[in-house]
Design a protein around this ligand. Structure first.
Ligand code: NDP
Length: 322
């Protein structure tokens, strides 16, 4: 039966962890978990597809315990789905809207206990946007957290048209978006990116002018220096050697030492940002990148996490159907 506001159940299927540890050890399928309560500024979403992010397993491991929410917790930030019900203060979205977004406004600050790896989730209206018309739910779910982190990096580094950028970790969820935005949205004069040998062609297809094979070359030994380095790997010590005078190094790796003048930030989710980028998704200039093995069934979520934890995923892993 199709879901309508009047037929929303009180219980749902959800993946839940009640203690910290590796996903394969602590993540349990609960067939009778409470459907989250809706607050006035939130919408209830029937999850159609959800994407995994490294933050999900890092939280599960207990890496952010000081700012995390209490357990038990349903992981998952990225969602694409259908609005089933709206809170009384919701102004724009309505029942039946097809939406996508990252449901946690501050990446590491008390993320929601009822995440997206479940049949239903809730999110504030201002964290969501209407799904790009040309994309299916699987593709849309692959976008929000990664593109938001890529977009915010531009603001933090003042990357503007005519500047050069080197992306460390160009083949990952975030790196694939940084390359595309730098080249096709921000007008960078030159985009370079690193990956292992097998992924160099992908980097070029996304818009990289120079694809550096990190198994063969050290990027900091190249004669060329960059205005901006976007470090999605945690290599700031090497990155600061590859910037031009006055250049910026931003790292998103959430833990570890930082070499001066590198800085890090933790993303803030925004539906308005997604709306700004929707035209570039709809005209095909920016595309979701999903790993060739990257669509896993809901029942396979622990296995999907094991793959993500290898650090070798290309683009995103998406969970569908749910
Ligand atoms: P992914 O798991 O998608 O990254 C996997 C990719 O990293 C692989 O394709 C791999 O390519 C590449 N990679 C691994 N090691 C290297 C290396 N030494 N040099 C170049 N590429 C490498 O991760 P995400 O892109 O989703 O996230 C990247 C990091 O950023 C994570 O630590 C994540 O926690 C963090 N993050 C932080 C955010 C923030 O707000 N601060 C937001 C989002 C993510 P290959 O197989 O070729 O090595």
């Amino acid at each position: 039966m199709e879901n309508t506001a009047s037929s929303i159940p009180s219980k749902m299927k959800a993946w839940v962890y009640s203690e910290h540890g590796k996903p394969v050890d602590v993540l349990k399928l609960d067939l009778n978990y409470d459907v989250p309560q809706l607050k006035e500024d939130q919408v209830l979403i029937k999850v159609v597809a959800a994407a995994l992010n490294p933050v999900d397993f890092k939280r599960m491991l207990g890496m952010f315990i000081h700012s995390d929410s209490p357990l038990p917790s349903v992981p998952g930030y990225d969602v694409a789905g259908v609005v089933l019900k709206v809170g009384s203060q919701v102004r724009t979205l309505k029942e039946g809207d097809e939406v996508y977004g990252n449901i946690n406004e501050k990446g590491l600050d008390r993320p929601k206990r009822s995440g997206t790896l479940a049949e239903y989730t809730v999110a504030e209206e201002n964290l969501l946007a209407l799904k790009p018309k040309n994309l299916g739910f699987i593709e849309a779910a692959a976008i929000p957290l990664a593109i938001g982190t890529a977009y915010e990096g531009r603001q933090k580094t003042a990357l503007s048209a005519g500047k050069s950028i080197l992306v460390l970790g160009g083949a990952g969820g975030v790196g694939t978006m940084v390359i595309q935005l730098a080249k096709h949205v921000f007008g960078a004069s030159k985009v370079a990116a690193t990956s292992s040998s097998a992924k160099l062609e992908l980097l070029k297809s996304l818009g990289a002018d120079l694809a550096i094979d990190y198994t063969k070359d050290n990027f900091e030994d190249l004669p060329e220096k960059f205005d901006v380095i976007y470090d999605a790997v945690g290599q700031s010590e090497r990155a600061v050697k590859a910037i031009k005078e006055g250049g910026k190094v931003v790292t998103i790796e959430p833990v570890g030492e930082l070499a001066e003048p590198a800085f890090r930030f933790i993303l803030t989710s925004s539906g308005a940002m997604l709306e700004t980028l929707n035209p570039f998704l709809e005209n095909g200039k920016v595309k979701p990148v999903i790993d060739p093995r990257g669509t896993f069934a809901f029942s396979q979520i622990p296995q999907a996490f094991s793959y993500l934890e290898t650090g070798r995923v290309t683009g995103k892993i998406v969970i569908h159907p749910i």
